[in-house]
Write a protein that binds this ligand. Structure first.
Ligand code: ADP
Ligand code: ZN
Length: 595
């Protein structure tokens, strides 16, 4: 199946073991990062086992593309969701009942409808695949109540194997998936979560849009990418800003009309070099392979969310950038959101814990990747492909500045007054501005004791003390308060290591231009063939109404260009060229290669 249908030579990682388990009728829980190759884990067993593989997926907007992509491989696939007309639905139902489907994609809410259960009972089911299984977890960041109902699959069809898959992999989430979906007997497969081709970088927020523009212009000209913003308004503003700078950028957020959203998504998937500016409403399940960067203009709410979002970069294995700009204001606004969030105290504590972990990642002096993987319970050596590895931040003994800052907060608290970072820094710097003077804060013993650092450096100290939980933001106004650990620093019982703020905009100029070009090196004639193949693909995709990568990935086109096949059998040996695609497009490709 792997060779003939998908055109690949070998299974990756644990794919073979997972497929064996499911083909033999066993249940499996698969934790694998985005781009790891989860789909094959249920697609191959669905083809091997008798009956239809039923795939539960929340990604309604992507079902059409998924089904088209399978169709291009010669796999008989269809979907049922609320976007369909009745007659379309009837047609799919009839095909299922007649045993003519290899795969049937279902939105989870479909399964809560008795009609659907009756329908499924009328046919033969090869397996259940529960995609994005973390949606069942309330600890995770994508909870969907409909997923809770999926526990019934096991009760109704005890003999049908189930495979649950997710790219979210903390132990807590995995445990919740197991208990909620009754997967106690499932074999667990945990892949390495490392995505070695993604370069992680986190910078201090200064002028975020300018910083973003520099990143796009210097390192990703003409590349497709995603820019995440927290609010709808900043999505709109950022997209407008990029367009003004002649970068094709489209907005995506829940406030946009559904038609606009799906049109923008479709352009992003089909046209080359489009930048999607979005809230986190965008991206789950997007399998566009050549997303070259994911940029965050606001601090993500959790490491899990951050990892999912950045994981959308570089699924094709070629170099990609995950870039995040964050500042103190992010911490304050998140604190505000947590305070005003619905839910009980336990829920708020959970959100706070997520924020703390995210801050710790931002301010770490260790390898970002090692820290990320540690969060998912996996050990790793320093990677050499993140900002802290390539330009290791120097640490310095910041005990004295930390003491100064904490005592300023303490002095204010002593007067029953509480202020945010800006005011505290003014006091430390001895800025006798109107506010400081009016409040009588020029009289404080800490007034002007911190002139050895500038305002920017002080803000860095505040961020790092927050990340080390030696200081806390008490509310949505950014009020700084001491924590239990602060006292030890004030008493001199504990030293504080701080990272030296990297000098602004000092990125090495040795940085490669567009990273996509690195996969297979082509000589000049090869490059010309590759361009012709791309032109052919884009015309063919347009005609078929499919995204270009559904036809062939860039990596496959590059291999074709470099091996210059002259026969169908040579072409069939290229990774990514399966039997169906060979029959359908082989002759056209050979003609393009021949020129
Ligand atoms: P996930 O769902 O885990 O994010 P996908 O299933 O979309 O990842 O797979 C990511 C990419 O890797 C896809 O383009 C897929 O075709 C490719 N892929 C998966 N398994 C293999 C394999 N064994 N050999 C070559 N390519 C593979
Ligand atoms: Zn590293």
């Amino acid at each position: 199946m792997l060779r003939t249908v998908f055109g690949y030579d070998a299974f990756r990682g644990e794919q073979a073991a997972i497929i064996d388990t499911v083909v033999a009728g066993g249940d499996a829980l698969v934790l694998m990062p985005t781009g790891g190759g989860k789909s094959l884990c249920y697609q191959v067993p669905a083809l091997v086992r008798e009956g239809t593989g039923v795939v539960v997926s929340p990604l309604i907007a992507l079902m059409q593309d998924q089904v088209d992509a399978l169709g291009a491989l010669g796999v008989r696939a269809a979907f049922l969701n609320s976007s369909q007309r009745l007659d379309e639905r009837r047609e799919v139902e009839a095909a299922y009942l007649a045993g003519e489907l290899d795969l049937l994609y279902l939105a989870p809410e479909r399964l809560t409808v008795p009609d659907t259960v009756r329908l499924l009972e009328g046919g033969r089911i090869a397996l259940f695949a529960i995609d994005e299984a973390h949606c069942v977890s309330s600890w995770g960041h994508d909870f969907r109540p409909d997923y809770l109902a999926l526990a019934m699959l096991h009760e109704r069809w005890p003999d049908v194997p189930r495979i649950a898959l997710t790219a979210t992999a903390t132990a807590a989430t995995a445990a919740e998936i197991v208990s909620r979906l009754k997967l106690e007997d499932a074999t667990q497969f945990v892949a390495s979560f490392d995505r070695p081709n993604i370069e992680y970088r986190i910078v201090a927020k200064d002028e975020p849009r300018r910083q973003l523009l520099t990143l796009l212009r210097d390192e990703h000209p003409g590349d497709a990418g995603i820019v995440y913003c927290l609010s709808r308004k900043s999505v709109e503003q950022t997209a407008a800003f990029l367009n003004k700078e002649r970068i094709t950028a489209l907005p995506y957020h829940a406030g946009l009309d559904a038609g606009v959203r799906s049109a923008n998504q479709s352009r992003f998937l089909r046209e080359p070099g489009v930048v999607m500016v979005a809230t986190i409403a965008f991206g789950m399940g997007i399998d566009k392979p050549d997303v070259r960067f994911v940029a965050h203009l606001d601090l993500p709410k959790s490491v899990e969310g951050y990892y999912q979002e950045t994981g959308r970069a570089g699924r094709d294995g070629a170099p990609a950038t995950a870039w995040l700009a964050y500042g103190l204001a992010d911490v304050v606004s998140q604190r505000k959101m947590i305070d005003s969030s619905e839910g009980d105290a336990a829920h708020r504590r959970r959100l706070s814990a997520h924020l703390d972990a995210m801050l710790a990642l931002c301010e770490t002096v260790e390898c970002r990747r090692a820290q990320l993987l540690a969060y998912f319970g996996q050990a790793a050596e320093p990677c050499g492909n993140c900002d802290t590895c390539t330009s290791p931040p120097q640490t310095w003994d910041g005990t004295v500045p930390a003491q100064k800052l904490l005592s300023a907060v303490w002095r204010l608290a002593d007067r029953r007054q509480r202020y945010g970072a800006g005011h505290v820094v003014d006091i430390l710097l001895g800025n006798a501005n109107e506010r400081v003077t009016q409040l009588g804060h020029t009289d404080l013993t800490v007034f002007g004791i911190g002139t050895e650092l500038d305002a920017n450096e002080w803000r860095g100290v505040v961020r790092q003390l927050l990340a080390q939980q030696l200081l806390a933001v008490a509310d949505g106004y950014g009020t700084l308060v001491l924590t239990e650990s602060s006292t030890a620093v004030l008493r001199g019982e504990r030293t504080v290591a701080l990272r030296r703020e990297a000098p602004r905009a000092a990125r090495s100029s040795s940085r490669k231009k567009s990273s996509a070009a690195e996969a297979v090196a082509l000589d000049a004639p090869g490059e010309a063939v590759f361009e012709r193949l791309r032109a052919w693909r884009s015309a063919t995709a347009k005609e078929a109404g499919m995204p270009p990568y559904v036809i062939f990935h860039d990596a496959t086109l590059r291999q074709i260009a470099s091996s210059a096949p002259t026969s169908l059998s040579d072409l069939g040996a290229v990774s990514g060229v399966g039997a169906n695609k060979l029959a359908k497009w082989g002759p056209a490709i050979l003609a393009v290669v021949a020129g």
